[in-house]
Design a protein around this ligand. Structure first.
Ligand code: NAD
Ligand code: MG
Length: 337
């Protein structure tokens, strides 16, 4: 059984006694910084000069300084720049300014677990990772609830790393929903596996393959889009609310029978074997090294894939249809500043 923590397990005073720098103002950064501020924490946002996010952070009433100044001033540093950027960001801007007893925090274990960052032994290294995107971390907090959150301690120089992480989790709303204690290894490996095999990679590939199968067989792209992408949300909502039993209870008996007889023909023994290969690549660090090499050579595969998917018929069809759905606020990457 995992160890769970709630509001009574956290001492709010631990984090309000410290000086906190939130590095980055993206999805997680904006939510952490604003929630901390609203919880009475002394917080600054560290952003490079000329960052596109500076205006948004100061408009939100936050103090913004460059990362060097933030690192110098703070004794708790939460690193919320993209994972692939963290190693260089840390070694250039943060490492030279760390002092004995400082706390380094992460929202994902990637850089620490795969040794891209190796902090000195006299600082605490911990994780506070909300299990949800930043806009939910902010919205739930404002509404008086929170997002379930993971905490982990990689290095406990002061003996109080876990208590500090819990106090930080409390200040961003995590203890309202429940905080689970894990390790950097477990969080990192399960997170990567989930996004590769089901949440992003698995689902995206199923959408494309099923869309192509229907369209190739002569069905209208609009019909295919509604069937394989639009309706996915309705099914995922049922799974979210009540698991597989509730989803199967809510769909027709015909759909349920199709599920139990055809699903296992899609996810075959070969698929399971490949899942284990993917997990091995994650655990050995092979995936992490591959991704860092990709990033450091200008991310050619990522850029090509972004162009390819924008031109894919499921995306072209979907964009047109979403624009005609008044109940849906259609989004594109350009909407995200
Ligand atoms: P993001 O891409 O939304 O934002 C990163 C921010 O970092 C940018 O807004 C910018 O302020 C800054 N930045 C970008 N490039 C930079 C560079 N080259 N140098 C310096 N600063 C730069 O990132 P995110 O999704 O909030 O992820 C931050 C951390 O949180 C990661 O470790 C990620 O794994 C983790 N995390 C993210 C989510 C999520 O839902 N997005 C959920 C849990 C954990
Ligand atoms: Mg994740």
């Amino acid at each position: 059984m995992v160890q769970m923590y709630y509001e009574n397990d956290a001492d709010p005073a631990l984090i309000t006694r410290r000086k906190v720098a939130v590095m980055g103002f993206g999805s997680q950064g904006h939510a952490h910084a604003l929630n901390l501020k609203d919880s009475g924490v002394d917080v600054v946002v560290g952003l490079r000069e000329g960052s596109r996010r500076t205006q948004a952070a100061s408009d939100a009433g936050l103090k913004v300084v460059d990362p060097e100044t933030a690192a110098e001033w703070a004794d708790v540093i939460m690193i919320l720049v993209p994972d692939q950027v963290q190693a260089d960001f840390y070694s250039e801007l943060i490492a030279p300014r760390l002092q004995t007893g400082d706390t380094l925090l992460f929202a994902h274990g990637f850089s620490i677990h795969f040794d891209f960052i190796d902090p000195p032994p006299d600082v605490d290294v911990a994780m506070v990772a909300p299990k949800g995107p930043g806009h939910l971390v902010r919205r739930q907090f404002v509404e008086g609830s929170g997002v379930p959150t993971l905490v982990a301690v990689h290095q406990d120089a002061t003996g109080s790393a876990l208590d500090l992480a819990l106090s930080y989790a409390n200040a961003i709303g995590g203890t309202r929903a429940g905080v689970i204690e894990t390790t950097f290894a477990e969080e990192t490996e399960t997170d990567l596996f989930g996004e590769q095999v089901i949440l992003c990679g698995g689902v995206d590939s199923l959408i494309q393959a099923s869309f192509e199968t229907l369209v190739d067989a002569g069905y209208e792209p609009e019909m295919a889009y509604f069937e394989v992408l639009h309706e996915l949300k309705l099914i995922v909502d049922l799974l979210f609310e009540g698991g597989i039993e509730w989803m199967r209870h809510s769909v027709s008996d015909t759909a349920e029978y199709g599920d139990i007889t055809r699903g296992p023909r899609i996810v075959t023994d070969d698929t399971r074997a490949e899942m284990r290969v993917i997990l091995d690549e994650i655990r050995s660090g092979a995936f992490a090294r591959e991704w860092m090499a990709e990033y450091r050579t200008g991310a050619p595969r990522l850029k090509a894939a972004r162009a390819d998917i924008a031109a894919h018929p499921v995306e072209v069809t979907g964009k047109r249809l979403r624009d005609m759905m008044p109940f849906l606020v259609a989004k594109t990457p350009e909407d995200d500043v």
